[in-house]
Design a protein around this ligand. Structure first.
Ligand code: DQA
Length: 149
């Protein structure tokens, strides 16, 4: 099983940014922990970019042959129809994740261009948002179809 774990803008700053919302772990810590928890059960690939264009290119090239995508699109969640379209073009089930509880924050974060097309949305659970998303794909492997995306 091949799972792509995609992080959008400013998530490279984890550990240095707003620890009240994002904790103190770094992106490298998170990726290491995901690999140590799930690396034997799944082929995990990580990608982070601050560029909308690079994220879209990555999804075009890597999304279609993956079994699942876990995406924290950062602020692009709330703005990017282009990212939504790229995920739809890839046709691969994705889970939208957020470290913070966006509904407990500013109103502009309550809007997502991804949620209605996601297999699920997991938010507010810190690193565990990612863990549960990967577990979803592992648990449902063989049962997820690409229909209806
Ligand atoms: C975030 C929430 C977004 O609103 C914000 O722009 C981020 C991170 C989260 O993981 O909680 O960059 O996606």
């Amino acid at each position: 099983m091949e799972i792509k774990i995609i992080n959008g803008p400013n998530l490279n700053m984890l550990g240095k940014r707003e620890s009240n919302h994002y904790g103190t772990f770094t992106l490298a810590d998170l990726e290491k922990e995901l690999t140590s928890r799930y690396g034997k059960q799944a082929d995990l690939d990580f990608f982070q970019s601050n560029s909308e264009s690079d994220l879209i290119h990555y999804i075009h090239e890597n999304g279609p042959h993956a079994d699942g995508i876990v995406i924290n699109a950062g602020a692009f969640t709330h703005t990017s129809i282009a990212l939504r379209d790229a995920l739809l073009a890839a046709g691969t089930p994705f889970v939208e994740v957020h470290i913070s509880n966006v509904f407990a924050r500013e109103e502009f974060r309550h809007v997502s261009y991804l949620s209605d097309k996601a297999a699920g949305v997991i938010l507010g659970l810190g690193k565990m948002s990612y863990f549960f998303a990967v577990e979803y794909f592992l648990e449902s492997s063989g049962q997820i179809t690409k229909e209806g995306i």
